[in-house]
Ligand binder design. Structure first.
Ligand code: DAH
Length: 408
């Protein structure tokens, strides 16, 4: 696999902050979200298709300064996320980004007004079925000019989005309000801030539809439920979280808000106002594909990746933790011969679902005796080798008993 240039090993100074481990280093540059057919890639593409006229960015190095990850986004100096217990540090001056927001200032400074950015992010955390120290996020943002030109653009866009959403099977629960804890920013014209907040909500409701409307029997009678909740992020105000009701539970999907003026100031962007969001790809992919364990995304087992079609969401088919286990059986056929299907049926009876595949791999006719010999290869799944051997020997005895074959 070709790894991006910043993975090329360099020697970095270490200090009292260094806590990056070989296991984490081994994940750098793998870019699961760019592997064709990988569920993370398909979900990423789905989000990109919803924002098709945005810049789609994905090649930023995960190594960032703490200034970029935290200070540029107005995180206070004592924010717990900065602790070595929560984040991975190469040294005091260099860390692995903990969120895609770390690139906001950089991307705004490049002049992008509408963009999506996909990347691997790193957080020290327990490891279980839903937590892994490396996961993937997408950041999205849109800026509008301040003043009448921006307002015009906002009004037009909001009207289009509102109309489109009104025709869809979606029910939006939004009891949020502007409060002293979650205010419009002083520097903003409240009328403009309101129009941007509305645009944020409409745009993300449309994204929720794009992601979830195809799954789980959404209909007129059973619309998609989306819920808006007030939140706090140091780099947005007002701030929100979006949840979706799916298979009986409210699931947190993303964080978002109106971009802090100071963020745009740092990017040297003036006369603009806009929104941003950040979502976790694994969470969404686990829901859409029914993938039960976050560690499966990293699987090198061909049975993981090979079951997915690029661009198509399908239900994950669990497989055993044991590798495929092939056993051969060769025998002389009885004079009456034997059909492949007879062999398959016999294997099915003896091995039940443990035999995943039966294949005739050889046939041979003895030149003198004219006797015919065949070889079948059986792939036993969900079994240890010892268990497979046991079942395989029962298959052999049964072939002798039932069809009078002579095992070679
Ligand atoms: N970076 C936040 C996180 O990882 C998510 C987020 C919240 C991104 C609000 C945003 C935003 O762009 O506006 O939890």
């Amino acid at each position: 696999m070709l790894r991006p240039p910043w993975v090329v090993l360099r020697t970095y100074a270490t200090d009292d902050h260094t806590n990056i481990t070989p296991a984490i280093i081994s994940k750098l540059g793998i870019q699961l979200h760019s592997q064709p057919g990988h569920p993370l890639t398909t979900v990423k593409n789905l989000v990109e298709s919803q924002f098709s006229d945005y810049a789609h960015l994905s090649s930023f190095s995960p190594l960032v300064t703490p200034a970029k990850n935290f200070d540029e986004l107005s995180f206070p100096p004592d924010h717990p996320g900065r602790a070595v217990t929560d984040s991975y540090y190469v040294n005091r001056g260099l860390m692995l980004r903990t969120h895609t927001s770390a690139h906001e200032v950089e991307v705004f400074a490049q002049g992008h007004d509408k963009w999506l950015l996909t990347a691997d992010v790193y957080r020290r955390d327990e490891i279980d079925a839903s937590h892994f120290p490396v996961f993937h996020q997408m950041e999205g943002a849109r800026l509008f000019p301040t003043g009448s030109r921006g307002l015009q653009e906002l009004k037009k866009d909001n009207a289009i989005l509102e109309k489109a959403l009104s025709l869809e099977n979606i029910k939006i629960e939004d009891n949020t309000s502007i409060t002293p804890e979650n205010p419009y920013q002083d520097v903003h014209d409240p009328y403009e801030a309101q129009a941007v907040t509305t645009n944020l909500k409409l745009s993300l409701n449309a994204l929720m539809l794009r992601l979830f409307a195809g799954a789980g029997g959404i209909s007129r009678q059973n619309p998609l439920h989306v819920r808006w909740i007030e939140a706090f992020f140091p780099f947005t105000s007002p701030s929100y979280e979006v949840e979706v009701f799916f298979q009986g539970k409210w699931l947190e999907i993303l964080g978002c808000g109106v971009v802090r003026h100071s963020t745009l100031d740092r990017a040297n962007i003036h006369g603009k106002i806009g929104w941003a969001f950040g979502l976790g790809l694994e969470r969404i992919a686990m829901i859409l594909y029914s993938i039960p364990d976050i560690r499966l995304f990293w699987s090198n087992d061909a049975r993981f990746l090979s079951q997915f079609t690029p661009g198509k969401i399908s239900t994950f088919q669990p497989y055993s933790k044991y590798p495929p286990c092939y056993k051969d059986v060769s025998f002389w056929l009885p004079p009456t011969g034997l059909h492949d299907n007879d062999v398959c049926d016999l294997v099915r009876v003896v091995a039940e679902d443990f035999a995943e595949n039966v294949e005739r791999t050889d046939s041979f006719s003895h030149p003198k005796t004219k006797r015919n010999s065949v070889c079948y290869r059986i792939n036993y799944r969900s079994l240890s080798n010892a268990e497979a051997n046991e079942i395989h020997s029962r298959v052999k005895s049964r072939l002798v008993e039932q069809f009078g074959v002579e095992i070679r």
